[in-house]
Each structure stands twice: as C-alpha cells, then as structure tokens.
Ligand binder design. Sequence first.
Ligand code: NDP
Ligand code: GDR
Length: 374
Amino acid sequence: MTKRALITGITGQDGSYLAELLLQKGYEVHGIKRRASLFNTARIDHIYQDPHEARPNLKLHYGDLTDTSNLTRILQEVRPDEVYNLGAQSHVAVSFEAPEYTADVDGTGTLRLLEAIRFLGMEKTCRFYQASTSELYGLVQETPQRETTPFYPRSPYAVAKLYSYWITVNYREAYGMYACNGILFNHESPRRGETFVTRKITRGLANIAQGLESCLYMGNIDALRDWGHAKDYVRMQWMMLQQEAPEDFVIATGKQYSVREFIIWSASELGIELEFSGRGVDEIATVARVTSDMAPAVKPGDVIMRIDPRYFRPAEVETLLGDASKAKAKLGWEPEITAREMCAEMVASDLQTARRHALLKEHGLDVPVSLEDG
Ligand code: NDP
Ligand code: GDR
C-alpha cells in the first residue's frame, strides 16, 4: 500500500526537502500551499508534477493554518497516514511585529490540525509530527539542551511554539495519538529564507563580491547557534514517525559557533580575509586581503559589514547548543554535513546567482537586487 503524507509548509525550506525524501521513499505526497499574488512554489517546482497527469505523486492544496474548515476538508479528502506540521510564521524577529498572527498560525494552527484529525476519527490511524524548536529553551537553563531541559521561551514565536509542543504531548496522552515533537536546532541550506542570518550573510557577501551590494548590515553577531543542514534534519523528521511508540527528540549537531564566525567562513569561501574592529554597535569588518577572483568588486580597506541596531531583538536568545544523544542512541541518527560544509554550499549557490545577475547588469539588463530586511 502506498503511504500518503500531508505536509503543511511544503513551500518552505524543510517542506521542500521533506517532500523530496518522501517521494524517493514512494509516498504519495500532499502539500498545503498558501494563495499568494505571485508564484510561491520555487523550492518545489523541480518535483512538481502536472496535475493533469494520470496519478501525480505530489499534489498541492490551497489552504492556511488559520482556516479550520479548510484544514478539515483537506484532511478528509487526503486521509493521510502521516501529517508533518511544518507550516509557520517562522521568523523570530517578525514575531515581535506580528505576535497575534504568529500565535494564531504557530500555536492555534497546530490545535486546529490535531482537532480536525480527531474530529474525523483518524486519531488512531494518522501519525503527527510537530515542528518544535530549540527556541523553546530561549534563556537557557542548562547546557547543552536536551529533551529534559526546562523551557524558557523569549519571543512571541517561541511562546506560540511552546503551546504547540504541549498540545501535541496532550493529544498523545489524552487520545493515544501517535504524535511527536522534533525539537530541532537551527538548520540551514541554500533554500533557507533570505532573511535568516546564515542566508542573509551568504547572499549578502556573494552580492558584495560581485558588486551588487556594498555592505552587510547585521544585528547581534555574538549570538551562538548550533547549525545543521536541513537535509539531515528532515531525514530525522521522517524517522520519528516510523517508530513503535511516539516520542519527542532533540535534533542538533552538538557544535556551536557565533554569527561572527559564520561571516568569517562565508567571506573566506569567497577569498576575502576580514579584520573586525570596534565594539558593540560600532563594530565593523574591513577587507584585509582578497585571494581569489571570486570577489572582483572587493578591495582591501573596504568596510563590508556594519552593525545596525534595528536588527537587535527586544529579547535575544544568546546561546543554543543541543545534545542529540537520545536520537543517536534510539534511532541511530547522526548529522552527515558539518556547518562549515553547509556554509560552503550556501556561498557557492549564492555566488552562482550573484554572478548571473552581475553578468546581466554588465550587459545593461539591470536585475534589481531585493534588499530583504530581517
Ligand atoms: P520556512 O519559513 O522556510 O517555511 C514555512 C512554511 O510555512 C512555508 O511553506 C510557508 O508558506 C508556510 N506558512 C506560513 N504561514 C502559513 C499559514 N498561515 N498557513 C499555512 N502555511 C503557512 O520554515 P522552515 O522550513 O525553515 O521551517 C519549517 C518549520 O520548522 C517551521 O514550523 C519552523 O518554525 C520550524 N523550525 C525551523 C527550524 C529551522 O532552523 N529552519 C528549527 C526549528 C523549527 P509560504 O511559502 O507561502 O510563506
Ligand atoms: P533564529 O534564526 O532566530 O535562531 O530562528 P536567525 O537566523 O533569524 O537568527 C539567528 C541569530 O542571529 C542573530 N542575528 C541576526 N538574525 C537575523 N535574522 N538577521 C540579522 O541581521 C542578524 N544579526 C544577528 C539573531 O539575533 C539570532 O540570535 C531560526 C528560525 O528558523 C526559527 O523558525 C527556528 O525555530 C530557530 O531558528 C531554531
């Protein structure tokens, strides 16, 4: 029997990698996409199949986590064996600007899905994965963070995700549902949204290298994160739903780096050596040496990073470091891609795009570089 999966957030970073993985495993994959005024399926266009084909294995449904009747109808129509709830307003800084919307989508949205599964009598047949987050640890109470570490959320995003974490546990305990939380630490890839810090850095520096931008404006570059690769992490999302009994797992690499280090790595991938000087909001990064032809627009003495306090958050999560021993022991999961390798892949991908844009510009076909703010 072909297994059927429903993915909310299929157009996002994780949704796209998970859809690829499930298709490879022979699943029939259904995804919920939001109606937007422009196409928003760039991350899954390469696996999308013409809906006019006889039996496409990937089907998209219009929907939204804020719309109960829509979610119920899709679940009733698809009757999935597995639901992966990846949909969310996932930007921590944005959640301070849109806290109520974030609570609705990231908190109540999870309840809507769980309740629809129960209402349709699917609570014993449909397995449920909740995209929980290391942001739950916020102001950390223990290092490294593991499944038993107390939570202390520090943003409307994290508080909404805290609700989702507990409502998932509650439906498991109250109704015997196979429902689990993956407590995932930051994971990135070339498909990462442009306003998350890693992609902002790799894209920004690639643009600077090609003369499309002049300076990267950053927030708290002392923040420490445990960065993994999204491909490694979606593998674990699937594994969590294949066990005999549902359990929650921390997924992390166990290694921690600062945002500043990520800037240094990314610049070095482009053959740019940086010198940091100044403190606090006056800190800058100046080009010390250029050792390759990948950055023709950059020369020694250029200031290519400054601090802009607008990117500071009202409450910051300064440090996160995960302990994934439980996942390793019980599921045999290990991350395969290091943060440094991931950084190299992201820079290479953004450099390719920047080169294309620079070439078009050289020939008078100016491509506006959207200066994403975040
Ligand atoms: P993305 O921001 O890349 O993707 C989020 C997805 O959710 C997109 O498909 C988006 O649609 C969709 N979405 C947003 N709002 C709604 C809504 N109202 N109704 C339905 N769908 C909606 O996130 P990631 O792929 O990086 O993350 C996946 C999940 O994992 C998220 O829940 C995130 O909070 C969580 N998480 C992520 C981590 C990470 O480091 N990446 C770590 C821990 C948890 P659209 O494309 O239209 O915007
Ligand atoms: P995070 O990711 O908040 O950890 O949430 P993000 O990449 O946005 O920030 C990481 C750290 O970098 C600092 N930072 C900046 N961040 C952004 N976006 N822009 C900047 O200019 C900048 N300068 C410094 C931040 O302050 C922060 O400390 C991500 C999301 O994917 C969540 O959905 C997910 O739950 C968590 O990871 C785990």
